[in-house]
Structures are given as structure tokens and as C-alpha cells.
Write a protein that binds this ligand. Structure first.
Ligand code: GLY
Length: 491
């Protein structure tokens, strides 16, 4: 029911904590096709094109179906048929388009360029609020997966349709790429923050490392400044800025590069970074004026959901097509959109991607490699190692800062979950060297002080789409993102 975010044509990550003590991290990120090359998005003059964002070359090999099926097989209790039936019914019988989806369709020029245009713009007009969206091709695809497991997607007619669609537009994903795709089960990053334990996603996502590093830096201050104060913005932004410098230059797919995980997540290293923070002054990131202005060029549509069952088993999972409507390419006959995840690589190391992230060689394109992600599904345990928070977000690099601020708001500022979700947010990703704040969220006097300290403020209407669950007396409380549509539900 959220076609612009997919997600069977995309991929993601999942962190699991079971009541029997087991933990897991499933990496079902897309991989670069085998025919991918380092400079595949540069034109004849060496200039970066937009082909990593729009069209048939922009997709990595999807991982969502294999990852979800593996999680269910290893840790679930229900059959694939059972868990997929509600989605199959919604695709087959349709659902009513709400105002959020209608507005997203209206703004999706990209969709009209490709085969999905006929479904989302019948007679050339966008579907409007109240229309029924019926997706018979998607229903058949989902049924094939329910009947055959991942083979129903990675082999047979669905795979053939996907490859034919990609080939038609000059893309490079082959049947061999699909048949070879494998999710990876990894060990969650386990870190501590002021007596609490965090279970977070390791590379190929940067989420867990960068959150851990930011929180480790913040923990070096014995007390936390009041939420929303100048000092709070200064310390939190300084921590993010340093963690993102490392993220952008040192992280990538651990199957291809060596990631200094131990160093980046160590408390000693955090102390050395803390010493670079000046109390009264912002420190410029490597300053590249032109990059400071790099805009985030498009809405991001990722999906995060947090789940806890009646026994206390917890799952945080984030999935994405990357940009809204992914690459825009819709697989005819099979009824789903393809991701544009290849843009999460450093398509030209040193140049910003669509999120303005400036990344290095560690994240350059190689065949079969996973592109670096910011997705941060996270589970926080209390001092008795019981689940306290299940949290994660959508929003490209702001996922890391948004998710960690819910953790900080609850652990440092003792907010209840509703307040923690509503509280104004900030973001810093090293480059562009600006401190993003929410319009209306920061007192004018605090803004003046921050500017005087040397921070380049960048106001945005809203930052990041988080969904979270928190343990409360007598049960659980779920809070969806108050800035966007979405919901929390108990069965
Ligand atoms: N596609 C956004 C991310 O993985 O960070």
C-alpha cells in the first residue's frame, strides 16, 4: 500500500532480539550487478550523470524477498503463505488511495516516464484520493513468492520479467545476478550508552557504527545539556559531524574492504574525538564551499517498522527503494518498482550523491558489492537486558541522527516516547558542512548563538520519519512519526 517505497524491488536490514537471548542482524541489502563497473555513471567527459538515480541502470540486485524469507525461516513461527496473504489480498482486491499517496503520485514525474505510468496515471491523470488501486500483477508476483519461496522471485517468470524490463532500458541485471543473490546474517553491533545496551546494524550499513560512535562521543560529557539549548545542539551536532567524517571515508561492504570496526566503536577513540570539540565554537568540516550548498534533491522513501510480540520478541527492520518510487522503472507483468540504490555508492568518489553525502573509495562500485547504507534498525536494552526501545527510521543519512535522537531523548532526557518523537530534531553529516534544524523547532536566541559559534544553520520543514515502540508499565507503547502519515497498532 506504499508503492513508492516498494519494497520487493529493493532491500534492507533487520535487527532481532528474542526472549531466549538470541540476537541477529540480517543484511538483505541490494548488491551491484556482476557487470557493474566503478565508473559506469560517468559520461565520456568524466562527468557524473543521473543514471544512478533514474532509469534502468540505477538498480542494485534486490534483496528484500530473500532477506524476509530467511528471517522467517530462521526465527519465525508462521508459514510464508500465512504472512503474505494480507498483502496478496490488498494487491488483488485493491485499497483506497489516501491523500498522502495521492500527493506522492501527483509529484512523481519519474513514474510517467516508465511502464508504471498507465497504472498510476490512468488516461494520463494521476490517481486521486478515494480511488481504488488494484494491482493484479503484483498479486500474482506475491502469490508466486508465497507458493515457491524466494525461488518464486529470483527464478522463473518473475525473474524473467524483471530481467526483460531491465534489458529493454539498457540495464545490466541478469538472471545470474538474481539467482546468486544471498542475504547475510551478521552479528549486531552491541554497544553501551550510560548503562543501557544498544543492538544495532553493522556494515554494510553505516547505521550501527555511526550511531555508536556518536553516542560514545556524547557519553564523554558527564552530563547532558538541556534539550534544545545551544550547548545541546553544539555537542550533539559536533558528535555527528565527527562520526560522519569517518562514516563517509572508512565504511563500506565488509566483504570487499576492511572496516576498522573495533576502533570506530571504541570508547577510547571517542575520547580522542571529543578532544577535537571546542566548547564555544563550531569546527568546520573539511571545507569545500561548493559542496556546502549541495541540496538534498529529492524526497526519500524508506520504510521502517518496529515490532514486539506478546512474549517480548522484538524486531526492528528498515527497507527501501532509496528514492521515492526508486528508479521509476516498473516491472511490467510483475507489478513492482525497482530501486535506485546504486546511488548509495560513491558513484564518483569525492562528489555528493543525491543526499549530498560525500563518500570515498571504500564505497566505490564493484560487482557484487553492497552499497553503504545509513539504515539503522536498533533495539535498546535496559540494565536487566530487557527490551526497552525498538526504533528506526526512513530518510537517507538523517536515519542515523533521527534514530539516535529518540534514544538520547528517552535515555538522557527521560522523555516518554510521544514527547521523544515530537521533540525538534537536528542533523549533521560532515559535508555539506551545515547544521540542519527544523523550522519552528529552535528558539531564535538559540539560533543566534549557534550562528555566533560558527554553525551554518540549514532550516528544513521536517527531518526524518521515525517509528518506535517503548516498553511502559504494563505493556508496550507504539508511536508513529508525527510528521508523516503512518500508524501504530496492537493486535
Ligand atoms: N538508501 C538510503 C540508505 O540506505 O541509506
Amino acid at each position: 500500500t506504499w508503492p513508492e517505497a516498494g519494497n520487493i524491488g529493493g532491500g534492507g536490514y533487520m535487527v532481532i532480539k528474542l526472549v531466549d537471548g538470541r540476537t541477529a542482524a540480517i543484511d538483505y541489502r541490494e548488491v551491484a550487478p556482476l557487470a557493474a563497473t566503478r565508473d559506469m555513471y560517468l559520461d565520456a567527459n568524466g562527468k557524473l550523470t543521473d543514471k544512478s538515480i533514474v532509469g534502468h541502470l540505477a538498480s542494485g540486485v534486490p534483496g528484500a524477498v530473500a532477506g524476509m524469507a530467511q528471517a522467517l525461516e530462521r526465527y519465525g513461527t508462521m508459514s510464508l503463505r500465512e504472512v503474505m496473504q494480507p498483502a496478496i489480498t490488498l494487491a488483488r482486491d485493491g485499497f483506497v488511495v489516501d491523500s498522502g499517496l495521492a500527493s506522492s503520485i501527483r509529484g512523481s514525474e519519474r513514474v510517467q516516464q516508465f511502464e508504471g505510468g498507465a497504472m498510476f496515471f490512468p488516461n494520463g491523470q494521476p490517481l486521486t484520493t478515494g480511488a481504488r488501486l488494484v494491482q493484479p500483477d503484483l498479486a500474482r508476483t506475491l502469490q508466486a513468492i508465497a507458493d515457491q519461496g524466494p525461488a518464486g522471485f529470483y527464478r522463473g517468470w518473475v525473474a524473467d520479467s524483471l530481467v526483460a524490463e531491465i534489458k529493454r532500458g539498457g540495464g545490466i541485471i541478469t538472471n545470474d545476478d538474481l539467482a546468486r543473490y544471498k542475504p547475510r546474517e551478521r552479528r549486531p553491533i552491541r554497544s553501551t550508552y550510560r548503562g543501557f545496551t544498544l543492538l544495532a546494524m553493522p556494515p554494510s550499513s553505516s547505521g550501527g557504527v555511526t550511531m555508536t560512535q556518536s553516542l560514545n562521543i556524547l557519553e564523554t560529557w558527564p552530563t547532558t545539556a538541556p534539550h534544545g539549548s545551544t550547548q545541546w545542539y553544539h555537542t550533539v551536532a559536533s558528535a555527528y559531524q565527527r562520526a560522519f567524517v569517518d562514516r563517509n571515508s572508512k565504511l563500506g561492504d565488509p566483504d570487499f574492504i576492511s572496516v576498522p570496526l573495533e576502533q570506530l566503536t571504541s570508547k577510547t577513540y571517542a575520547q580522542s574525538l571529543r578532544r577535537t570539540v571546542r566548547d564555544e565554537r563550531a569546527t568546520p568540516t573539511r571545507v569545500v564551499d561548493s559542496l556546502m550548498q549541495a541540496p538534498i534533491r529529492e524526497p526519500m522513501n524508506t520504510t521502517h517498522y518496529s515490532v514486539v510480540d506478546r512474549f517480548g520478541n522484538a524486531v526492528a527492520t528498515t527497507t527501501t527503494l532509496n528514492g521515492s518510487w526508486g528508479s521509476g522503472v516498473w516491472v511490467r507483468g510483475a507489478g513492482f518498482f525497482m530501486n535506485n540504490e546504486m546511488d548509495d555508492f560513491a558513484a564518483q568518489p569525492g562528489m555528493p550523491n543525491m543526499f549530498g553525502l560525500v563518500q570515498g573509495e571504500q564505497n566505490a562500485i564493484q560487482p557484487g558489492k553492497r552499497m553503504l547504507s545509513a539504515m539503522s534498525p536498533t533495539i535498546v536494552l535496559d540494565s536487566a537486558q530487557q527490551v526497552l526501545l525498538v526504533v528506526g527510521a526512513a530518510g537517507g543519512p538523517t536515519i542515523i541522527t533521527g534514530t539516535s535522537q529518540i534514544v538520547l531523548n528517552v535515555l538522557d532526557h527521560r522523555m516518554n516516547l510521544a514527547d521523544a518523537m515530537r521533540a525538534p530534531r537536528l542533523h549533521h553529516q560532515a559535508l555539506p558542512d551545515s547544521l540542519t534544524i527544523e523550522i519552528g523547532g529552535v528558539a531564535p536566541a538559540v539560533q543566534d548563538s549557534l550562528r555566533a559559534m560558527g554553525w551554518a544553520l540549514r532550516p528544513l520543514r521536517s527531518l526524518v520519519n521515525v517509528n518506535a515502540i517503548m516498553r511502559v508499565k504494563g505493556g508496550w507503547e507504539g508511536v508513529p512519526e508525527p510528521r508523516r502519515s503512518g500508524g501504530a497498532v496492537g493486535y
